[in-house]
Structure formats: C-alpha cells, structure tokens
Design a protein around this ligand. Structure first.
Ligand SMILES: O=C(O)[C@H](O)[C@@H](O)[C@H](O)[C@H](O)COP(=O)(O)O
Length: 258
C-alpha cells in the first residue's frame, strides 16, 4: 500500500484544471505503454468539475478515448437518467462529448433496472470480474487511476464512517442503505476493490474537508476514517486546494500553484 503524496493547488478551479491535466498525461502514458487504460470516476462536485475541466482541455484528445474503460466508484441507486446519478453528471460533463466506445463505459445498474440494490451490486461485481485479467490477481481489473471525492466526514465513494460496507473483505461491490448523504440507497466499490487500483487520487476542495484530510493523513483507521483506507497499490495522491489542506502537518504538502 502506497504512502500518500499531497499536492496543494491555489483554489478549487485550479485544482480541477490541474487534476484534468494530470489525468490526460497519466492516461496517455498508460495507453502508450499498454494500449488501453481503466479509469474509475467519482461523483460529487469536485469529481464532476474535474471531468468538465478535462472536456474543456485542448489536450484531451491525447487520450485514446476508444481504448479507455470507464468505471464508477459508486452510484446513487436512482432511475436511469436521474440528474442525481453520478453517471448522469459524468455524461453531461465529459462522456457525451468524447468518442468513447460505449461497450467500455461501465455504468452501475439503475434503480429502474428491475434489480434490487443487492442484485445490482452482484451484477456490477460480475462485470468487474469479467474485465479482470490473470495478471490482475483479483476480482477487479488493476484500475490505472481511481478518482475519489471525499466528504467532510472522510467518506469516499459511498463508504461512510462506521457503516457495514467498510468491513467487507471479500466482495468488490456492495449495496449501501441508510447513507447519511442522500440518496439513502447506493452502490459502492469496497476498500479491497479500491486498493486494487494502481493509483488512487483523492480530490478535495474547501475548508470543510480540512479536518477529514488531516485525519486521513494522520494514521487513523479506515472504519472511522474511510479515506485513510483508500490507498493505491503503487501511488496515492491527495490532490487538494489550499482550503482543504489547511490542517495538514506543515511540510507535507507541495504547493503546486503560486
Ligand atoms: O456519490 C457521491 O456523492 C460521491 O461519490 C461522494 O463520494 C462524493 O465524491 C463526496 O461526497 C464528495 O462530494 P463533494 O465533492 O461534492 O464534496
């Protein structure tokens, strides 16, 4: 499990642009090396702002969109097309504006699919397993970049402090009920699935996230501080604006923007 690196940007706008630029470089390099890439998206305002910045970048087509597999780290269990679904936000911000192979866009099942949330979690877990290769040694592909937003309570994906989903050690996807962040029913990758990613990037902006960032970087346990358990196998980045970095120990963050 990788030790986190912290990179601090001036504000939320620069953060979104910088994460988009970082994504372009990372995905293009990965595709140059291996011919394809797996990217996991997150919901939330910072996650979607990053996708919008990527859509607006003149360099975006350095990514071979036809050779990109897009997954989600979590989803609100709502009917297809509902504006609150993470997929809906991602399509509006980016996915509907680039030439992706539709077969390689792996949305989590919607609430009007005829599946219960538990069945939907099983369906998505099966899709992940089908995409994993022998060299991945597990139930999910070795995601090249897994994006995570983070709540003020340090939740990531739909893994909320103290909830049963955090204790899951076998399954890759679970149904979440009683989410403190509406809507109450969600689907989420589990920590084992998140930790299968080569790189985990936690993107957070705003002073309300500063305490969660401090806890996530201070050796706290993942049950009470889920972001503390979100680590990539090769690299973990905390990509923050100055406000969200306001409580990290001095010297830990590298200010990337003047
Ligand atoms: O479905 C969701 O809501 C997200 O996946 C969630 O994990 C989000 O990323 C965080 O709550 C941060 O959201 P903000 O960036 O809007 O604070």
């Amino acid at each position: 499990m990788s030790v986190p690196n912290v990179i601090v940007h001036r504000d939320a706008e620069v953060l979104a642009q910088a994460v988009a630029a970082r994504l372009i470089t990372r995905l293009a390099d990965t595709q140059a090396a291996r011919g394809s890439a797996h990217l996991v998206l997150t919901g939330g305002t910072v996650g979607i702002a990053t996708l919008a910045a990527l859509a607006g970048s003149k360099a975006r087509d350095a990514i071979d969109w036809r050779a990109l597999d897009v997954w989600w780290g979590d989803e609100r269990f709502l009917p297809a097309g509902n504006p609150e679904r993470n997929e809906t936000g991602a399509r509006a911000a980016l996915l509907d504006h680039v030439d992706l192979d539709p077969v390689r866009v792996h949305a989590m099942p919607a609430a009007d699919s005829g599946l219960t949330a538990e069945e939907a979690a099983e369906v998505y877990a099966a899709e992940l397993e089908k995409a994993s290769r022998p060299e991945d040694h597990g139930l999910v592909p070795s995601f090249d970049v897994l994006l995570l937003g983070m709540g003020p309570d340090s939740h990531v994906a739909s893994l909320f402090p103290g909830q049963p989903a955090l204790y899951e050690e076998e399954r890759s996807v679970v149904a979440v009920h009683g989410s403190p962040k509406p809507p109450p029913t969600r689907l989420s990758l589990t920590l084992p699935a998140i930790k299968a990613a080569r790189e985990v990037w936690i993107v957070a902006a705003g002073a309300e996230k500063a305490q969660a960032v401090h806890l996530a970087l201070s050796g706290a346990g993942p049950i009470q501080v889920p972001a503390a358990g979100a680590r990539g196998s090769r690299r973990t980045l905390f990509l923050l604006d100055r406000a969200a970095a306001g409580k990290i120990p001095p010297g830990l963050g590298r200010i990337a923007s003047p």
